[in-house]
Design a binder for this molecule. Structure first.
Ligand SMILES: Cc1cc2nc3c(=O)[nH]c(=O)nc-3n(C[C@H](O)[C@H](O)[C@H](O)COP(=O)(O)OP(=O)(O)OC[C@H]3O[C@@H](n4cnc5c(N)ncnc54)[C@H](O)[C@@H]3O)c2cc1C
Length: 326
């Protein structure tokens, strides 16, 4: 049998599911290769629980090398280029040819894009930032807390609201909630786009928790000297502790290699195929109007992996994405 190279970029939610599926189905007959710059998979949904003190980093991480038990070869390396003409992925230490490529390189945070004194910004959208915020929250006993969203799209649309409620609970549990004012801002017309049942739920729940909502609040500047967050329309939110979900962008290598714009990789909505032959993209880095969520990446990974197995073995029938999510 002619062994094919199936290369998966990124061992996050989408990449890990695709690699598991392919390794178990066809990993003995073909080369299933997973590449990630990090040695571990982090379960990002638990960053919020980690910040709350309910989880430690080791509880929400798994060594990606354990995937080798499932007939997948793991390369812990940084991807520096993807060439769809020569069908080659370049990493810091190797060049790997592919017959099939699945990109699941996610959506990364860029706090430095927040204008002004952005070094004052806390968030829990990366592992290290979540640990830093946990320390800041532990010693915060009174003052003005501002929580908000710089600009969609970002990972996990309901996440910032969940963060606000978890922080609110933490302050109540420590008996200091009465000493703290909480303001929540979003650049959108309201929570989760501003209309519909989920938006209404978020609005009501913020209200019930005594958290003041500021919609259409587009950041103009973090003014560290005045401890104030300013909006483009002149509104101001004074703060002692500042928590902002930073702007997100696709992995830089996708942009530099010409696969993605700043909003993501264009794909066929049913099959996740890109315009390059045998190249698929899944997860947060695709340019589709769906939530950037692990549950979406998981379903997309299964569809792409199933269809590659079908192409290589003739097993089953081709399938299409039928997304089950909000
Ligand atoms: C605080 C928070 C809470 C969340 N809560 C939920 C939730 O409750 N439910 C839900 O469904 N989703 C949730 N999510 C979203 C979910 O985690 C993401 O949507 C999901 O991880 C996306 O999967 P992905 O494979 O596209 O990208 P990721 O899981 O981000 O994986 C991308 C991988 O690519 C690697 N990578 C990037 N660039 C390179 C490079 N140049 N070289 C090598 N490797 C590279 C990264 O190291 C990373 O491992 C949450 C996210 C956060 C941050």
């Amino acid at each position: 049998m002619n062994r094919r190279n199936i290369v998966i970029l990124g061992g996050g939610s989408g990449g890990a599911v695709a690699a598991n599926h392919l390794g178990e189905s066809i990993g003995r007959d073909h080369n299933v290769i997973l590449i990630d710059q990090k040695p571990q998979h982090y379960y990002q949904s638990s960053y919020l629980w980690m910040a709350r003190g309910w989880r430690e980093p080791q509880d929400i991480s798994r060594d990606l090398s354990t995937i080798e038990r499932r007939n997948v070869r793991f390369f812990n390396d940084r991807i520096t280029n993807i060439d769809t003409d020569s069908r080659t992925v370049t990493t810091a230490h190797a060049e790997i040819e592919y017959d099939y490529l699945i990109s699941s390189l996610g959506f990364q945070t860029h706090p430095h894009l927040i204008p002004g004194d952005n070094h004052l910004v806390h968030h829990t959208w990366e592992m290290d930032a979540a640990l830093r915020f946990r320390e800041a929250l532990r010693t915060f006993t009174s003052g003005r807390l501002v929580i908000g969203i710089s600009a969609p799209p970002y990972r996990c649309p309901p996440g910032p609201y969940e963060a606000a409620w978890l922080i609110n609970d933490d302050l109540i549990e420590r008996g200091v909630r009465d000493n703290v004012s909480i303001d929540f801002f979003t650049s959108e017309p309201g929570p989760l786009g501003g209309s519909g049942q989920p938006s209404e739920f978020m609005r009501e729940h913020l209200n019930r928790s005594g958290i003041n909502l500021h919609s259409n609040f587009v950041i103009d500047q973090v003014d560290g000297q005045a401890s104030t967050l300013r909006a483009a329309d002149g509104r101001e939110l004074p703060f002692d502790l500042l928590f902002i979900i930073p702007p997100h962008r696709p992995s830089q290598v996708l942009i530099d290699s010409g696969l993605s714009s700043e909003t993501g990789i264009d794909v066929d909505v049913d099959t996740l195929a890109t315009r390059w032959e045998n190249v698929y993209a899944i997860g947060d880095s695709v340019n589709l109007p769906v939530s950037k969520a692990g549950v979406v990446a998981h379903q997309q990974a299964d569809v792409v992996a199933h269809n590659i197995v079908h192409q290589l073995t003739g097993r089953g029938d081709p399938t299409r994405l039928r997304l089950h999510t909000l």
